[in-house]
Write a protein that binds this ligand. Structure first.
Ligand code: COA
Length: 146
């Protein structure tokens, strides 16, 4: 397992997180379109002020490698999402970040929405004890019970 650190997201992380969410290969994996700079900064300004959202920057080898976040949405109340910069993929960073985040966020159940073709993210969730709760044609909801 890579040695990572989760710490609160700061405004100085945002330009890096912005670049990471622009990466076309990453966008193709996720269920979210890329945001332009203004939209992204407004979105994160809201997140950083919102006490019901827990967001952490993932640090690996002193670098901002991505983020992980938990928020409330709709009937699947507590959801998690994560995003790793492409240059850091396939080193176990997402798997480790989710494992560490689950120790911090003890609310259960937790949900995560994943595009069915996003095999890496599905694997991250399954390795951390999530299973399919609601299987859709293109997107599925995963759930962690305990
Ligand atoms: C999905 C994502 C978070 C994975 O991050 P990562 O740090 O590379 O993941 P890990 O290194 O922990 O790998 C997790 C597992 O997926 C596998 N994997 C990684 N990339 C893969 C790929 N492109 N295809 C299939 N499997 C893949 C790994 O082998 C590993 O499985 P293993 O432990 O059985 O070997 C990253 O690719 C990403 O941020 N993508 C864009 C945004 C996104 O999809 N976010 C999730 C939305 S729900």
């Amino acid at each position: 397992m890579p040695k990572i650190l989760l710490r609160p997201v700061t405004e100085t992380d945002l330009p890096i997180l912005f670049q990471q969410q622009l990466e076309p290969e990453a966008v193709a994996m996720s269920t979210y379109p890329a945001k332009d700079r203004g939209e992204f900064m407004r979105h994160w300004e809201g997140i950083l002020k919102n006490k019901n959202v827990t967001a952490r920057t993932i640090i690996y080898k002193d670098k901002v490698t991505g983020h992980i976040i938990c928020w409330k949405e709709g009937k699947y109340e507590q959801r998690i999402g994560y995003w790793i910069g492409k240059e850091f993929w396939r080193r176990g960073i997402a798997s480790t970040a989710v494992a560490e985040f689950l120790l911090l966020m003890k609310t259960r159940p937790l949900f995560a929405e994943v595009a069915n073709h996003n095999l890496a993210s599905r694997r991250v969730l399954e390795k951390n004890g999530f299973s399919i709760h609601d299987e859709g044609g293109k997107i599925s909801m995963y759930k962690l019970e305990k």
